[in-house]
Write a protein that binds this ligand. Sequence first.
Ligand code: NAD
Length: 416
Amino acid sequence: MELSRRNLILSGAPALLSAQGANEKVNVGWIATGTRGMHVMRMMYQAVPDNVVVSAVCDTYAGNLAKGKDQIQTMGKNTPKTHVDYRDILNDKSIDAVFIMTPEHLHYEMTIAALKAGKHVYVEKPLAHTIEEGQEIVREAKKSGKVVQVGTQNRSNSLYIKAKEMVAQGMIGEVHYVRAFWYRNAIEQSPWNYVIPAEANEQNTDWKRFTGSAKSRAFDKDRYFRWRLYWDYSGGISTDLLVHQTDISNFVCGKTEPISCAASGGLYRWTTEKDKGEVPDTLSALYEYPDKFHINYSCYFGNEQYGYGEQFMGNEGTIEVMNRTTLRFYTEKFRGKPPAHVSARKEFVEEKPGNDTPAVQNHAANFIRAVMGKEKVIAPVEVGQQAAVSGHLATLSLRAGKKVLWDSKTQKYRFV
Ligand SMILES: NC(=O)c1ccc[n+]([C@@H]2O[C@H](COP(=O)([O-])OP(=O)(O)OC[C@H]3O[C@@H](n4cnc5c(N)ncnc54)[C@H](O)[C@@H]3O)[C@@H](O)[C@H]2O)c1
């Protein structure tokens, strides 16, 4: 009853939960329990154990479905229904919200179907596999009035929230330039080094449901378990890593979409049949934004010396957030003679080891509380689409070998 009163007074609050009760538990259906699905579920249970019940779980690989069920039994203390077809979850009227944790190419179909079935949705990044799919999701989300949270959890990371506040307070002056990068290495196998379970086969994986609307092919374990390496299912570095970083640059600097992107790269490091796929291991992308703003992005998978992060380079100072765990603030020196108002700002370092853990916990909890009508989501669908647009533009530019222009009014791109 408490919940319904709150919903009445919150404008734009979502519809009442079907499973509400004295304990205000959101009834969750979990779609996919691979690496990310298992992790986010753990984080959700840790963050809001009293506000969720996961009553159903779905995965097309029997091994992961069993792991998902186990985790729910251990952490949630209930036995969920298990499904191979996600539509069985959507058909369950008692389920309020779904977490969609599948590979990228399935986000569109599942998110649209979930919204049409009246579910609130937490969907992993990237929002969708193409710009056009994302646009449809945004439209459907608006029509449905349901809560959508996109899995760009850096927005829920205290260091980025601090960086955003510092930029807004003018601590680094005007910001026209961001340098963002992600460097990784893996000794012998490609960096998306997901182990293919030895016991996985055509009988215990549902290849057709994995394929979805992607090109029909013969069963292929590598494609199923290392889907990030193939264009059919993934946009590569751009939609896997870059979207986090363009998203957080938008968040910190108050930006939305770029007006152009020129990207280049290739497969330089991973060259053996065993390791390589189709998507590059090396990518650079240059973005121009309206109002004189530039992002210089680079990613290489053959050397991890410099880690990953973003450097917000203002006219009066720099904020860098490294590896999601360290924020450094530097004042600009102006050839050794900083103006008094700049030198008065104290440089500092803030270290928060393991800070992605609370970020994911906060992100999942924020979604659950938004479903309960208590908060607004920090990564709504429009923001997820803006981040995805920058990712897709990089993939389009890279694959065409041309610069691509983006018109945010018409929401269309063209090559030049
Ligand atoms: N926010 C982040 O920091 C972050 C980190 C890692 C992954 N991700 C995102 O999470 C998503 C999943 O990535 P992952 O690393 O967990 O991949 P994964 O391959 O480990 O897991 C994917 C799971 O989906 C299952 N699956 C495939 N087709 C299915 C279908 N039709 N129905 C139900 N289940 C199906 C697979 O069996 C597997 O268990 C991707 O969108 C990825 O970009 C986000």
